[in-house]
Design a protein around this ligand. Structure first.
Ligand code: GLN
Length: 486
C-alpha cells in the first residue's frame, strides 16, 4: 500500500478500500523503522497522526472529505507546528516548541491531512546536501553513501523511500527541486508569493518559497491546490485566485513551445544526465511540443548574485536569535554581550555562521555598493533574461542539477564547490519563477532530475507538461530498493 501515489491513495480512501487509520499506521511503522537508517525525520508525531487519522476517517464517512483527507504528510522542520518541536535543524532551536501553525500547515490540516512528523534539513535551510543539520546528515535511499540533496533532503529521502506519500519543503535556491532530483521524486517550487511564508522560518525572505514534494506531478498539483492562496499575514503573499492545478493536467502538448537554454547544456553538465534530458526532449517533441533553443546569457552570474543576496538577507533574519527571547541560551553569561555572543556562537553551526559573516560584510558601508547593490542589479538582468525568453516559449527545460547525488563529505571542505552545484536552480529563485523537478532516468543507478520552469503563476501549465511526460514514462514509479535501505 505504501508504494501508491497520493492520488491513488486518495481514491482508495474515498472508495473505503482502506481507512486513514490503517494507512497512517503503515507509514508510521515504515517511518520508525527506516528512519534509523536514513535519518530523514527530526520528529515522528505518531500520536498526533493517529488522532488526525481517526478524525479523517470520520470525515470520509460523513462525506465531508476532500482529495487530501486522510493522507499522511511530513513537514520540513522549518514550518512552525503548534505544540511540536520546530528546530530548523539547528541547536539554536532544539528546545523550541512552536506556539502556532504555519499557514501551510494550517491549510493542509484543514484539508484533512495527517501530520506524521517533521523532516530533517540543512540547518536553517542553508546547504545543498543535508549535511549541515544539527541532527546529523540524512542519507540518500538510492545509495546510503550519498547525500539526498538539500536543504529539504529529509522530505525527499522520506518520499523516495516510500516512508510518506508527500512532504512539504522550502526552496530558496533549489532546496525542493535539487533534493527531488537527487532522490528520484517530483518537487515543485511555486511562484514567489503563491504560497504563504507565514510561520515558515525565514532564511532569505525575498527568495524563500514553500512547496510540495511527492511521487508525481499530479500529486504535487493536488497539494499545491491546498497550499496556495493569499494570506494577509504574509506581506509578500499575492492576492490572486488559486487555479485548479489538476484541471489542465490532461491537456495535449500540441502548440506548447519548450525552450532549451544553451547555457544549461554546457560542458559542465554530466554526459549521462545530458543524454537522459535529450531523450526526454525527444519524447516531448513526439508528443506535440515545439522545441527551440534559447539563451539566458546571465546564467553564470546567478551563483555569485544568489550567495550575496541570500547571505545578506540571512544575516538580517537570523539577528533575532539572541539567546534572550527563545531558543538556545549559553550557560552562565557574564554580561549581556557575553550572552549574545556565546548563545550565537554555540547555537549556530559553521555554515550558518559563515553565511552571517558574508551577509554582514556585503551589507556593511563601503561594501554595500560593490556587492549587495551589484548583486541586486544582476538579479534584474537574470529576471530580464527569463522575460525575454518567455516572449517566445511557454516552458524552459533543462537538467535540475549538473551531477547526480554526490558522496557524503564530498563538498564539505569546499563550500564554493557546494554552492556551484546550485547553478541550474538559483536563477528561478532570483527571478521568482515557478519550477518543477521530475525524474527523467538513471545514471549509474542514481536518479536524474529534469527541470521545467514557467512564467509567473503558470504552475498549471508547468504541471500539465510534467504530467504529460509522466503519463508516457515510468521513471517516477521507481522506488529506492528496500534491500539497499535496510
Ligand atoms: N543550496 C542553497 C543554499 O545553500 C539553496 C538552499 C535553499 O534553497 N534553501 O542557500
Amino acid at each position: 500500500m505504501y508504494q501508491h501515489t497520493l492520488a491513488e491513495l486518495s481514491g482508495l480512501l474515498h472508495n473505503k478500500k482502506i481507512s486513514s487509520e490503517e494507512l497512517t499506521r503503515t507509514f508510521i511503522e515504515r517511518s520508525e523503522s527506516f528512519n534509523k537508517e536514513l535519518n530523514c525525520y527530526i520528529s515522528i508525531t505518531s500520536e498526533l497522526a493517529m488522532k488526525q487519522a481517526r478524525a479523517a476517517d470520520r470525515r470520509i464517512q460523513s462525506a465531508t472529505a476532500g482529495p487530501l483527507t486522510g493522507i499522511p504528510v511530513a513537514h520540513k522542520d522549518i514550518f512552525c507546528t503548534r505544540d511540536i518541536k520546530t528546530s530548523c535543524a539547528s541547536r539554536m532551536l532544539d528546545n523550541f516548541i512552536a506556539p502556532y501553525d504555519a499557514t501551510v500547515v494550517e491549510k493542509l490540516n484543514a484539508a484533512g491531512m495527517v501530520t506524521l512528523g517533521k523532516t530533517n534539513m540543512d540547518e536553517f535551510a542553508m546547504g545543498s546536501s543535508n549535511e549541515t543539520s544539527f541532527y546529523g546528515a540524512t542519507l540518500n535511499p538510492w545509495d546510503k553513501l550519498r547525500v539526498p540533496g538539500g536543504s529539504s533532503g529529509g522530505s525527499a529521502s522520506a518520499v523516495a523511500a516510500r516512508l510518506i506519500p508527500a512532504a512539504t519543503g522550502t526552496d530558496t535556491g533549489g532546496s525542493i527541486r535539487q533534493p527531488a532530483a537527487f532522490c528520484g521524486i517530483t518537487g515543485l517550487k511555486p511562484t514567489y508569493g503563491r504560497v504563504s511564508r507565514y510561520g515558515m522560518i525565514a532564511y532569505a525572505s525575498s527568495l524563500d518559497q514553500g512547496g510540495p514534494l511527492a511521487q508525481t506531478a499530479e500529486d504535487t498539483a493536488l497539494l499545491l491546490s491546498a497550499m496556495a492562496g493569499f494570506d494577509a499575514r504574509d506581506s509578500t503573499s499575492v492576492d490572486r485566485a488559486v487555479d485548479d492545478y489538476t484541471a489542465e493536467l490532461n491537456t495535449p502538448l500540441d502548440g506548447v513551445t519548450i525552450g532549451l537554454p544553451k547555457e544549461y547544456f554546457s560542458e559542465k553538465l554530466d554526459n549521462q544526465i545530458g543524454d537522459k534530458i535529450a531523450a526526454a526532449i525527444k519524447l516531448l517533441e513526439r508528443s506535440g511540443a515545439r522545441i527551440r533553443e534559447i539563451e539566458l546569457p546571465s546564467t553564470q552570474l546567478s551563483i555569485p548574485a544568489y550567495y550575496v543576496v541570500a547571505s545578506a538577507e540571512c544575516s538580517s533574519n537570523l539577528e533575532r536569535y539572541d539567546g534572550v527571547r527563545y531558543g538556545y541560551r549559553c550557560e552562565q553569561p557574564g554580561d549581556l554581550a557575553d550572552l549574545y555572543c556565546r548563545s550565537r556562537a554555540e547555537g549556530f553551526g559553521r555554515e550558518v555562521k559563515r553565511r552571517i559573516m558574508i551577509g554582514t560584510y556585503v551589507l556593511s558601508s563601503g561594501y554595500y555598493d560593490a556587492y549587495y547593490l551589484k548583486a541586486q542589479k544582476v538579479r534584474r538582468l537574470i529576471r530580464d533574461d527569463f522575460q525575454n525568453a518567455f516572449k517566445d516559449v511557454d516552458i524552459i527545460l533543462g537538467p535540475t542539477t549538473p551531477t547526480t547525488a554526490f558522496k557524503l563529505n564530498e563538498h564539505m571542505d569546499n563550500p564554493v564547490d557546494m554552492y556551484l552545484s546550485d547553478i541550474f536552480t538559483v536563477p528561478a529563485n532570483l527571478a521568482g519563477l515557478p519550477g518543477i523537478s521530475i525524474p527523467a532516468g538513471f545514471a549509474d543507478g542514481l536518479p536524474v532530475g529534469m527541470q521545467l520552469i514557467a512564467n509567473y503563476f503558470q504552475e498549471a501549465k508547468l504541471l500539465n507538461v510534467a504530467h504529460q511526460y509522466q503519463q508516457q514514462t515510468e521513471w517516477h514509479k521507481h522506488a529506492a530498493r528496500e534491500d539497499l535501505i535496510s
